[in-house]
Design a protein around this ligand. Structure first.
Ligand code: 5BU
Length: 337
């Protein structure tokens, strides 16, 4: 029935030029009885086409074939930098140490050991220590505090290889935070590697904390977002933290974040870390405003370090729970690379 080779070629050239893929993107599967090459073979074998015509058709197809991407195809996600790569970019000693610890221990877990007994704190930390890259403390909830307890905490940090983050949430003017960070009963700058601050007072708070912490090789996290319902740390406030962070690359090491993928793209410094509280394997809340997200979705939203409190220290076996969160967090991270 292929009495006119030209007509046959005309109808068959179209699908060869990406037509099949084009139809597929609209949900239609095209099945060819014969391919254009087979038609050319048959026609030339039967003397219906000269070698010259065969060659010119082949050249035409080669020159005009296009790969049509299906319209529905998802854009490939940009590759996420590994913790090693981020550590190599870090401009701050504490941040470099943090990434190094994460890589060495295969852990992106920070336990918030929010117990009120100092003795119990040290016991829990010794149990969960092997599984964490960072211990988060609230020194002002403890029943007692002195230099020995501080030294015991630092010993445990060396024994198990983790950094200490005092979740102090400084929020005063530069001059006051200098004293709050270095003096008083707690002398936070002597035993913690990382602290955090609100930017409500403006950039002077970073200058004050930097005056104390930079020489001691400490790092500062800015509260860009909070995990609690109704938080006012959002929108332009969150974006302002990026500006202040980038103005202080020697001291600001990153952010407290909840959904950094939604705003941190504006941040050019790829080394800055995102630490996320409000993490639990079972999502939900606590009746006092806390909102929980699970490890996998927190990491997929751009988080680097998962902060888990009650999910670990209230568990029947805190060590086992820490191990479980460590595994969940690390697997979620690997799946993002
Ligand atoms: P939880 O038991 O996993 O809910 O404890 C969370 C910890 O993180 C606790 O120490 C809070 O003070 C801390 N936190 C938080 O929950 N949300 C925030 O936005 C910030 C800190 Br910042």
């Amino acid at each position: 029935r292929l009495c006119s080779p030209q007509a046959a070629l005309k109808t068959l050239v179209e699908p060869a030029q990406g037509g099949k893929e084009n139809l597929k993107s609209h949900g239609l599967n095209l099945y060819s009885a014969l391919t254009i090459s087979e038609i050319l073979d048959i026609l030339s074998k039967h003397g219906k086409l000269t070698d010259e015509v065969v060659k010119s058709v082949q050249d035409f197809i080669a020159a005009n074939s296009v790969t049509v991407k299906p319209k529905t195809a998802e854009k490939a996600k940009p590759k996420r930098l590994s913790y090693e790569e981020r550590g190599a970019l870090a401009k701050n000693e504490a941040l470099k140490r943090l990434y190094q610890t994460m890589v060495e221990k295969k852990s992106n877990l920070s336990v918030a050991a929010d117990v009120t007994s100092a003795t119990e704190l040290l016991q829990i930390v010794d149990k969960v220590g092997p599984h964490i890259c960072c211990l988060k403390t609230h020194v002002d909830i403890l029943d007692t505090w002195n230099d020995e307890i501080a030294a015991s905490l630092v010993d445990l940090a060396q024994k198990h290889n983790f950094v200490i983050f005092e979740d102090r949430k400084f929020a005063d003017i530069g001059n006051t935070v200098v004293s709050q960070y270095s003096s008083g009963v707690y002398k936070i700058s002597e035993w913690s590697d990382i602290v955090n601050a609100h930017i409500v007072p403006g950039p002077g708070i970073v200058d004050g904390l930097k005056q104390v912490g930079l020489g001691k090789k400490k790092g500062l996290l800015l509260l860009a977002e909070m995990s609690s319902a109704g938080t006012m740390a959002k929108g332009s406030y969150t974006e302002e933290t990026v500006k202040i962070a980038e103005e202080n690359p020697d001291f600001v090491i990153g952010f407290i974040s909840v959904n950094p993928n939604s705003w941190a793209k504006k941040c050019k410094d790829g080394s800055l870390v995102h630490m996320t509280p409000g993490i639990k394997l079972q999502r939900g809340g606590d009746g006092l405003g806390q909102q929980y997200n699970d490890p996998k979705s927190a990491i997929s939203r751009g988080s680097d370090i998962l902060i888990v409190g009650r999910g670990v220290y209230r568990a029947e076996d805190p060590k086992l729970a820490a191990q479980e969160y460590q595994k969940a967090g690390w697997e979620a991270y690997l799946s993002e690379l």
